[in-house]
Design a protein around this ligand. Structure first.
Ligand SMILES: [Zn+2]
Ligand SMILES: [Zn+2]
Length: 132
């Protein structure tokens, strides 16, 4: 049976469930992610968009024409990001009911990593997006 990834926002109005293996699990240090989550990086699990069941008042905002961000309209928690053209949707690891399920494989967009953040976890690092 596939691992079940379940989570939601701070107030509980937005919930999601994915019963599939993530396509990838990455920590993104790009400026758009920093802005969207209000923190130094976005640790997220990416799924095929059709494998994530979402419920509740998700407010969508676009950080670029291709990348959307999803917030709870009630409490503002950043719950997701996604690329519609690619059919993918990523949930924030902090919104998981059990954040310890997150198993990051790499750091991306290290070119905009915050200088005080020292990485010694041995994971791969890429200046920009991961190689295809
Ligand atoms: Zn909420
Ligand atoms: Zn990013």
């Amino acid at each position: 049976m596939a691992q079940r990834y379940e989570g939601g926002c701070m107030c509980g109005a937005v919930r999601y469930v994915a019963e599939a293996a993530p396509l990838n699990e990455r920590i993104c240090h790009c400026r758009s992610c920093q802005k969207a989550v209000g923190a130094a990086f976005n640790a997220r699990l990416m799924f095929r968009a059709d494998e994530v069941r979402l419920s509740g008042p998700v407010k969508i905002a676009y950080s670029s024409p291709a990348v959307k961000r999803g917030f709870c309209a009630e409490c503002g928690t950043t719950v997701l990001s996604g690329r519609e053209a690619a059919g993918v949707l990523a949930v924030t690891s902090g919104s998981l009911d059990d954040p310890s399920l997150f198993r990051p494989a790499m750091h991306i967009w290290i070119s905009s990593k915050q200088p005080w953040l020292k990485l010694d976890d041995g994971l791969s690092q890429f200046d920009e997006a991961a190689p295809a």
